[in-house]
Design a protein around this ligand. Structure first.
Ligand code: ADP
Length: 446
């Protein structure tokens, strides 16, 4: 007989004994069986109800009770399972507590979001950097707490951008670098770092460079003037003339570098309002640009397409800076006489696009994202390194952003590159009477 049945055996025997005894006393075996069996079943029910009540109260280990028979076995199994469960729960709680403590000790704000963009968990720095309170804000949609438009669009499609810089919603003096990554089932992990110190340092550096460039401009202009005067000096020896040429070349280089640094600090200063700027007649601007790069639209390898009724609302030297840098790069990095296309046009959405296309060496894909970093200079395999400061495309990008536009770079190695700047439609001035005989540009079309 099994352990379970043997434990129940005394109860069964007692029932049988009571049944026989009642049968003899009452002389009615049916009634005796009825009374004995009903008592036995009632007793089982009583134990089951007791067990159910214990379970309903959460099967607390402190309230566990003894029961002989098979009920005792059930209670003992439940008690053991409950004990293991409590032990595991304690261990998991401890791990979570330590994890929580470690993440909270991080200086970066960390927030877990579910697939509905509701806050599931946040650490302590999330409170003073993002204004998310980890006790009261759990379950709230993060978009109801941080309403910055750039943040909202980054939140919806975090894969489009690596990171985002915004002002802290708690304190406008704090700059935050936000990074959002997807994990699990469309959940998101958001981290926010306080980069105010680095930003301030960057600002001081920018100001220093701008001030230093400004201070260097005047003495350099004087030096260049004196070098020019020396050019006409008859008494200069052959070696003297050679040295003069080198000095002139280097002073020209320094002047260009200083001009670039000054223009970069100008374009980085702030973003223009939509109505801010001057009416710029593009054919006139392009005449200045072509003379600055020492070329002509008549040159056999250059094709210019410039509508003769195009006016743009912008800052003159910044728009010229965009054009000069892109055309100069196309000329500088492509072999002599490589075809170059310069194009201004308006697309179907009314945006104005300036593009420069060359059939030069092209740029490796992994390099493209770095081109607009200041002082970045690409690899020029095989060929002699061309002169440059690595500031040209940084100027183009910042000037484009300042005018509400974007710089686009498409390039393929050994096939060529297309650099284009798209200006928003509000920058295009419509119905302005065309200027007559102001420019001497060839190859332009309507
Ligand atoms: P710089 O010309 O002074 O080096 P830029 O910022 O204008 O600085 O350009 C950065 C880098 O981009 C260049 O060093 C070059 O490697 C690459 N680049 C720019 N324009 C072109 C182009 N049209 N064709 C090939 N490479 C280019």
């Amino acid at each position: 007989m099994g352990k379970l049945w043997s434990s129940e055996f005394p109860a069964i025997l007692t029932t049988l004994f009571v049944m026989v005894l009642l049968g003899i006393i009452l002389n009615n075996w049916f009634l005796a069986a009825f009374i004995a069996l009903s008592s036995f079943i009632g007793w089982i029910y009583f134990r089951m109800i007791k067990l159910e009540k214990w379970l309903a109260r959460g099967a607390k280990t402190s309230e566990v009770y003894d029961d002989n028979g098979f009920m005792g076995y059930i209670i003992s199994h439940l008690y053991k399972q409950k004990k293991t469960h409590i032990r595991r729960k304690k261990r998991t709680k401890e791990i979570l507590r330590r994890l929580n403590q470690n993440i909270s000790a991080l200086p970066d704000a960390t927030v877990l979001l579910n697939d509905s963009l509701e806050i599931e968990w946040a650490n302590e720095p999330a409170h003073y950097l993002l204004g998310i309170h980890r006790r009261y804000d759990i379950g709230l949609r993060i978009s109801s707490l941080i309403r910055h438009p750039a943040f909202l669009s980054y939140l919806i499609s975090p894969d489009k951008k690596k990171r985002l810089e915004i002002e802290s919603p708690v304190d406008g003096k704090i700059t935050l670098q936000i990074k959002i990554v997807r994990f699990g089932r469309d959940q998101r992990l958001l981290t926010a770092r306080n980069i105010s110190d680095a930003k301030q340092l960057q600002e001081s550096l920018k100001n220093f460079v701008a001030n230093a460039s400004h201070e260097l401009k005047t003495p350099l202009t004087v030096i260049a003037g004196h070098l020019e005067m020396l050019e006409n000096e008859k008494a200069l020896s052959k070696t003297g003339k050679k040295s003069l040429k080198v000095a002139q070349k280097q002073s020209k280089r320094m002047q260009t570098l200083i001009q670039d640094l000054l223009l970069l600090s100008q374009v980085e200063s702030y973003q223009l309002q939509t109505t801010e700027g001057n009416d710029l007649y593009i054919p006139e601007i392009m005449a200045n640009v072509m003379s600055a790069v020492d070329r002509d639209c008549e040159d056999e390898n250059i094709t210019c397409t410039i509508p003769d009724n195009l006016f743009l609302l912008g800052i003159k030297n910044e728009i010229e800076g965009i054009c000069i840098n892109l055309i100069d790069n196309a000329l500088k990095y492509s072999p002599e006489k490589t075809p170059i296309e310069v194009l201004w046009n308006i697309n179907s959405e009314g945006e104005c696009i300036f593009s420069v296309k060359d059939k030069g060496p092209g740029i490796a894909e992994e390099e493209i994202e770095h081109l607009t970093e200041r002082y970045y200079r690409g690899q020029q395999d095989g060929t002699e390194q061309t002169l440059g400061s690595g500031l040209g495309l940084a100027i183009v990008q910042h000037a484009a952003i300042k005018h509400g536009g974007v710089l686009n770079i498409r390039s393929q190695l050994n096939k060529g590159s297309t650099f284009s700047v798209t200006f928003p439609s509000y920058r295009v001035i419509k119905n302005k009477p065309q200027k007559n005989n102001v420019v001497k540009l060839q190859n332009y079309s309507n």
